[in-house]
Write a protein that binds this ligand. Structure first.
Ligand code: ATP
Length: 238
């Protein structure tokens, strides 16, 4: 069966005034894959995520299911299943867990899907189910991250973009996030994961791209990158 391409960037360039955040990036994501973009602070990971989702203008090309992103509206991209769980989480702080989750399904008309998916999310993250009526802002960082992922799942993603989900989280919470990958993939969701935590990315990705200063400097499978001297010395503590 041929690979179906979900996302492809070719010679992708993004600048903020004089700052060049992406300098000719090439990458692709096939249906069903978990692809991870790793790299240090300022490498351009969030810029890539924001460009893919139509928030930032660019040069070069980035296509979602063969359509140039610049020609598709942000809302349309969401309706076509590209759902972005941002680094800042963007929760509604004074709304409850349940309300935040239901807002993630704003573009979904099928009410039975919404109820079913709500159940899926509560099964995935039982800590959310224990806190259905709690305001988002009063939750721990880890719980907020689970809520942000849960809300993204409520939008019926086809491509789920997880922008640095582990940022600021304790190792014990990382396990709660980790265990969600399998069930999410079982729903047929393709995942683009941006990460500074290379160990976490190695654990979940099928393929990875190392970004430095807006350029891909290494790409390969986790096995290939684990065996790479540069990755080991610079990102895995030798
Ligand atoms: P981090 O892990 O710290 O979030 P990142 O890999 O996601 O880093 P980006 O946030 O994409 O990196 O930043 C890439 C570069 O673009 C940085 O030099 C940053 O200062 C710059 N940049 C990002 N957003 C803006 C903006 N809105 N205006 C100006 N410069 C920006």
């Amino acid at each position: 069966q041929p690979n179906t391409e979900v996302l492809r960037a070719e010679g992708l360039r993004v600048s903020y005034g004089k700052v060049q955040a992406l300098r000719g990036l090439d990458m692709y994501v096939n249906q069903g894959e978990v692809v991870s973009l790793i790299g240090p602070n300022g490498a351009g990971k969030s810029t890539f995520a924001n460009t893919a989702t139509g928030f930032i203008g660019y040069e070069g090309s980035i296509t979602y299911r063969g359509q140039e992103v610049s020609g598709v509206g942000q809302r349309e991209l969401v309706e076509q299943g590209m759902i972005h769980c941002t680094e800042k989480r963007d929760l509604f702080g004074y709304m409850s867990v349940d309300e935040n989750l239901r807002l993630g399904a704003y573009a979904i008309e099928d009410e039975s899907y919404v109820e079913q998916q709500l159940e899926f999310v509560y099964d995935l993250f039982p800590r959310l189910e224990e806190r259905v009526s709690q305001n988002a802002r009063s939750m721990s960082g880890g719980e907020q991250q689970m809520l942000a992922i849960g809300r993204a799942l409520m939008g019926d993603p086809d491509l789920l973009i997880l922008d640095e989900p582990t940022i600021g989280l304790a190792p014990v919470i990382l396990d709660d996030i980790s265990q969600a990958f399998g069930p999410i993939q079982d729903q047929g969701v393709t995942i683009l994961l941006t990460e500074q935590n290379v160990t976490f990315a190695l654990k979940h990705a099928d393929r990875m791209y190392l970004l430095e200063n807006g350029e891909v400097v290494k790409t390969g499978t986790p096995e290939e990158l684990r065996g790479d001297d540069y990755i080991r010395e610079s990102y895995l503590g030798g």
